[in-house]
Design a protein around this ligand. Structure first.
Ligand code: ADP
Length: 250
C-alpha cells in the first residue's frame, strides 16, 4: 500500500533518516520500533506530509505522494494522529470529533445563505456519527465532557476516533501508549484490532511498549540510525543480532 524508497531527511548536516526503504502491506498492523533517535518519527512525518524529504520517494497504491501536504493525503485516506490541539481542549469530546474536516456543506459560504436546512441535517448526521465513534471506542460517557478534562489515555482514544470520522485507509500512530495505563492501553489495542478487522484500516504504529507491539503488530520493522535494519515477526526481530546491538548501543 505504501512504498518508501531510499528516503533521506537531513536537518542541516544531520541525517535523521538516512536512506530508509520499506513497504507497508494493505491490511496489516505494522510496528515500527528502534532505539530513541532512530528516525522513526521523522520518517512518519515525511510519509504523512508533515516534513518534505531531502530525497527519495513515497508511493501509495502506486501513486507518487512524495511531499504532498497533509490535507491532500487526508483526502486520500492517509492520516497521522495528532494530539488534541490546545485550542480544542475546552470543547467537548463529541465536538472534537465533529470538528474533523470532511465535505461539510457549511464550509462553503454560499451555503450559509442558501442551504441552512441542509447544514442542519448534516450537523445532525455528523453528531450521530460522532456518537457512533464514541460508542465504538467505549467512551460514550465522555461525549459532553471537555477534552481537557479526560485522562491521557482517553485523549488517545479520542485522537484515534478522529480518524474514524473520515474514510481513513491507513493510519499512522505515534506512541499511542505513552503514559497510558494498562487497562486503557488494552482498550486502545482492542479498538485498533477492530478497526483493522472490521473496517479494513491499515495501521503503522510507533510504540515502545513491546507487549503492545507483540499483541498487535505483524510485521515489525526495526530502524536504527536513520535506516531500516530488519523486518519480521517480533520474535525474529528480538533474536536479530543487529537489533540487539542497536538497542545496547543507546
Ligand atoms: P525517533 O522517533 O526514532 O526517536 P526522531 O525521528 O524523533 O527519532 O529523531 C531522529 C533524530 O533526528 C534525533 O537525533 C533527533 O534529535 C533529530 N531531529 C528530529 N527532528 C529534528 C529537527 N527538526 N531538527 C534537527 N534534528 C532533528
Amino acid at each position: 500500500m505504501i512504498v518508501v524508497e531510499d528516503v533521506h531527511k537531513h536537518f542541516g548536516g544531520f541525517h535523521a533518516v538516512d536512506g530508509a526503504t520499506l513497504s507497508i502491506q494493505a491490511g496489516s498492523i505494522t510496528g515500527l520500533i528502534g532505539p530513541n533517535g532512530a528516525g522513526k518519527t521523522t520518517l512518519f512525518n515525511v510519509i504523512a506530509g508533515v516534513l518534505k524529504p531531502t530525497s527519495g520517494r513515497v508511493t501509495m497504491a502506486g501513486d507518487d505522494i512524495t511531499g504532498l501536504p497533509p490535507h491532500e493525503l487526508f483526502h486520500k485516506g492517509l492520516l497521522r494522529t495528532f494530539q488534541i490541539a490546545h485550542e480544542f481542549s475546552s470543547m467537548s469530546c463529541r465536538e472534537n470529533l465533529m470538528m474533523v474536516p470532511g465535505n461539510q456543506t457549511g464550509e462553503k459560504l454560499w451555503n450559509t445563505w442558501f442551504g441552512r436546512k441542509r447544514i442542519a441535517e448534516e450537523e445532525r448526521a455528523l453528531r450521530a456519527k460522532a456518537d457512533e465513534v464514541l460508542e465504538f471506542l467505549t467512551i460514550s460517557h465522555l461525549a459532553d465532557q471537555k477534552a481537557a478534562e479526560v485522562s491521557g489515555g482517553q485523549k488517545k482514544l479520542l485522537e484515534l476516533g478522529r480518524t474514524m470520522m473520515v474514510d481513513a485507509q491507513i493510519v499512522f500512530l505515534d506512541e499511542v501508549g505513552a503514559g497510558v495505563n494498562r487497562t486503557l492501553l488494552n482498550t486502545i489495542g482492542d479498538a485498533i484490532i477492530r478497526l483493522n478487522k472490521e473496517r479494513n484500516y491499515t495501521f503503522v504504529v510507533i510504540e515502545h511498549d513491546m507487549d503492545f507491539i507483540e499483541r498487535l503488530c505483524d510485521p515489525v520493522i526495526c530502524m536504527a540510525e536513520g535506516k531500516v535494519l530488519t523486518e519480521g515477526s517480533l520474535a525474529e526481530i528480538k533474536a536479530n543480532e543487529q537489533v540487539i546491538e542497536a538497542y545496547l548501543g543507546t
